[in-house]
Ligand binder design. Sequence first.
Ligand SMILES: [Cu+2]
Length: 394
Amino acid sequence: MIWKTKSTISNLFGLIMGVILLSATTAIYVTAKGEVDNAIPFIHQDTDKLNNLKDVSKSVLNYDLKKHCATDLAKMPNTPTEFLTYFNCGHVSQFKNGTVLREFSLIVREDKNVSLTMGNPATKTKAITYNAWTFNGTVPGPTMRMTEGDLVKIKVINQGKIPHSLHMHSIHPGAVDGTMFSNASGAIKPGESFTYQFTAAPSGLWPYHCHMMPLSLHVTKGLYGAMIIDPVKPKEKAVEMIGIMNGFDLGLNNATELPRLPTYEEAQQIMSGNDTAENALPQERDNHIYALNTVAFYYDVHPIQLKVNTPYRFYLVNMLDFDFANQFHIHGNVFKYYPSGIGENPMMVNDIVTLGQGDRGILEFKYTLPGLYMIHSHFESQSGRGWEGLLSVK
Ligand SMILES: [Cu+2]
């Protein structure tokens, strides 16, 4: 009962905060200069292999269409709403033996100012921005999508000042594991690149992230994203979305005890420290802002639009660092849950799932009753600091 009361207060507080933070601008992924960076190329093509390629078959193209693959590969999602349905299936080609080749490029930068709150010009509340490290300019990085059995090449180009790497969960050779024990793939020097090559398997939902040490620094700074390996046999038709639960450590020395966002002034004071060097880790690390897809309370102000009697498939990833656990709780409904997105039979039917660091799964649900429904972490410390939103079902 006590928990329920606290949670309700938290939710109300969050809703009020979300409305207060109503923003005039929706661009969240901005460059240091303030403009949206759409100029980053996402694809690369291995021209050496062109002679062995044939036209991509219709069945492959049709499946990509069903998977809602982005058609303009250079266009990046600019808001958490756009991020929900942004799936990048890479540059696709096909070998004469039928194997599908998917090529991706990820550019690492250490200079992106990402908005973590929305700000409100009416109340002169400025958005809190964070100097992030990014794959292709956004936090999280692009959601890469492929089919089990595809040959995948991910070229990682390091445009930062320190070494970075890419570690994909899923099955792959040790040589492309992307850690300090896997030679060239484990540390790409500034100005250099490395191409990670593997055959996509097994089908499921997999996080990817930089694996340089200290790991928590490279992850919390923003170098992570999701990779969906689809089964050869398509899943049942559903509207699909992706949500990555994340958080940001602002280096607060005297963290507020209340589950609320830091003010802009607090954040400015806090982030004056140098957090760009590997040895600059603060003594204690904690998250002061939590979110689904980076921006605190974003979906309170911009509810996720759903339709009644429509099946939804929600890819959920927990990329939160420092906290042992994170949660996804849905109101007014239940979901089928598939851990890691693997298998055809759900593990459970529930309205809440608790995930450890790096864990993820697929949620499938359908609303029959219209209305506004909350989604949030059931931990008050997380929902009160930004991880909550609304589903608007019509
Ligand atoms: Cu890194």
